[in-house]
Design a protein around this ligand. Structure first.
Ligand code: TRP
Length: 463
């Protein structure tokens, strides 16, 4: 059998996995959850969750991958638990669903990069028209999926790792540069105050729940993306240490995104921070307004840098999403990577076509379903997000922790984590992973799964 490939170094793996984690979620979701959730108080809660809840799941996924050197489906079988193959399947299905709509949004960002480069700032006021122009966004989406597939087709060290080694440092330089620039603009201070001054009264149960969900999503957990990347990691690497780096980089870049975005918005609103909200509207409507107000040349430089940064962040995530089904097909059917990549990418692109059409072009897909008790319909793209992301990821995470703690067994997990890290066996970190993976993680992930399911599909709000 041909070799599966491997990350060439620990740094290569860390950058690729951090690339998977750092994505659209870091740049448009995190800053707003912070602002709405009590500023620095939210950041604190988020950090606690990232380290107590997500970190143990991350090391577990990487350990399962490295132990078996298999894709998520093959991994459960290789450990001797054929019945758990369904969990790998669930992960692969989640990956396919997430990539199908994530690529659409990535295509929008890439399209904005090209439009702003041409000096078209008006695009910001025409966002809803733009996303309904099916040929335009269709071509941008095709290009984005093409670049993703090209990267994955070059293999682990020659494609994914190489791309991450270029994209991640570039992303870091761009985000630091833009944050410094934004903070030098008039009224920047009011934006920072809005972003970070703690408001403990704003910390409700709902905010805590959002912090949990966001941390989990942002770290790319729950679908076996890190089982897949873990399967290419060397036995001599220290998994605990790598996972700590990945978490720090993800949280750090999300935090920097806020230092860039809030001063921009504050500058545009003269420090009032009025009339703006998070999500796509902010990125695709408000920020182009900021860029255009900087004047033609500066606006083009700053604006295109921003959308290039967004495209880079998305690309390292789409690459890892595509790698999951690709590794599965290559491992199980023993076919060539190159062929597999292009076939899988085309299939996922086709699955994404209804999402592409569901932003105003086709009224059928735009008004696709109306949930129980809801008054307005949900479009196809949001439905896929509710299923693939919001429901399957916490469910997958819950089941992975149950599997690791009670089926495969904690001792086996601890053995694998001690490879490349012999001190782990008798250290405090071992006790910590043991406790969280057995009790804390399954309970909390189980709760998130149930609450999210009730909320998304039945509009039931427990808080
Ligand atoms: N973490 C990515 C982001 O913040 C999105 C994401 C969720 C993801 N799950 C994933 C990316 C699995 C790759 C693999 O945007």
């Amino acid at each position: 059998m041909a070799s599966r490939g491997k990350f060439s170094s620990k740094l290569g793996f860390i950058l690729a996995a951090a690339g998977s984690a750092v994505g659209l979620g870091n740049i448009w979701k995190f800053p707003f959850e912070v602002a709405d959730g009590g500023g620095a108080a939210f950041v604190l809660i988020y950090l606690v969750f990232a380290f107590i809840l997500c970190f143990p799941v991350m090391v577990t996924e990487i350990a399962i991958g490295r132990k078996t050197q298999k894709n998520p489906v093959g991994a459960y079988e290789a450990l001797g638990f054929k019945k758990w193959k369904f969990l790998g399947m669930l992960g692969i299905l989640s990956g396919i669903l997430i990539l199908s709509f994530y690529n659409v949004v990535a295509g929008w960002a890439f399209g904005y990069f090209l439009e702003i480069l041409r000096g078209n700032f008006e695009i910001g006021n025409n966002f809803s028209i733009y996303i309904a122009q099916i040929w335009k966004v269709g071509i941008y989406g095709t290009v984005f999926m093409g670049v993703t597939a090209f990267t994955v087709s070059k293999g682990i060290s020659g494609g994914i790792e190489r791309a991450a080694k270029f994209l991640m440092p570039s992303l870091l330089i761009m985000i630091i540069g833009l944050a410094f620039y934004a903070m030098s603009l008039p009224d920047a201070g009011a934006g920072i105050v809005y972003y970070l001054v703690p408001e403990f009264s704003e910390v409700t149960f709902e905010v805590v729940y959002n912090a949990l969900g966001q941390a989990f999503f942002s770290l790319s957990l729950g679908m076996g993306a890190l089982i897949t990347y873990g399967s290419y990691v060397s036995k001599s690497d220290n998994i605990i240490n790598s996972a700590a780096w990945i978490t720090v980089m993800d949280v750090g870049i999300a935090f920097l995104a806020g230092l860039m975005i809030f001063p921009f918005v504050s500058y545009l609103t003269n420090g009032t921070m009025e009339n703006f909200s998070g999500g796509p509207g902010l990125i695709f409507t408000t920020l182009p307004g900021v860029f255009s107000s900087l004047g033609e040349t500066l606006g083009i430089v700053v604006g295109s840098t921003f959308f290039l940064l967004l495209s880079f962040a998305a690309l390292t995530s789409t690459v890892s999403l595509l790698e999951v089904p690709v590794t599965y097909v290559v491992d199980e059917l023993k076919v060539s990577r190159k062929k597999t990549v292009w076939i899988v990418a085309i299939l996922i692109f086709l699955i994404g076509v209804p999402s592409l059409l569901s932003n105003g072009y086709s009224s059928f897909f735009t008004n696709f379903v109306t949930y129980f008790g809801a008054t307005s319909p949900t479009n196809f793209m949001t439905l896929v997000e509710h299923v693939g992301n919001d429901t399957f990821l916490p469910l997958g995470g819950f089941l992975i922790t149950v599997f690791a703690a009670y089926v495969w067994g904690k001792n086996n997990l601890i053995e694998e984590l001690s490879e490349g890290n012999p001190k782990f066996r008798d250290g405090r970190m071992k006790k910590y992973i043991d406790f969280t993976i057995s009790y804390l993680c399954p309970v909390m992930l189980g709760i998130i799964f149930i609450l999210t399911f009730l909320n998304r599909f039945f509009g039931i709000n427990v808080f």
